[in-house]
Design a protein around this ligand. Structure first.
Ligand SMILES: [Zn+2]
Ligand SMILES: [Zn+2]
Length: 71
């Protein structure tokens, strides 16, 4: 039953995300300048590093290859 609840929750989330009338501009993933992902994207390709593919699958940017900007 947990499964069903989860499914329902994500459905609700999907509908909630659909609410805004003006479609927000697609935010480009924040790849670090010069990283493998950045280079691949600029080639019109996708980075095929296993770590990056894994991160992309969950909607993230691999932070092994794209370190957050240090201040
Ligand atoms: Zn990469
Ligand atoms: Zn990576």
């Amino acid at each position: 039953m947990r499964h069903l609840a989860l499914l329902l929750a994500s459905t609700v989330l999907l509908f909630a995300a659909d609410k805004p009338a003006a479609a927000p501009a697609k935010v480009a993933p924040k790849y670090q300048e010069g990283s493998c992902c950045d280079k691949a994207t600029k080639r019109g390709d996708k980075c095929n590093h296993p770590c990056c593919v894994k991160a992309a699958k969950v909607g993230k940017v691999c932070d092994h290859c794209n370190e957050p900007v240090k201040k």
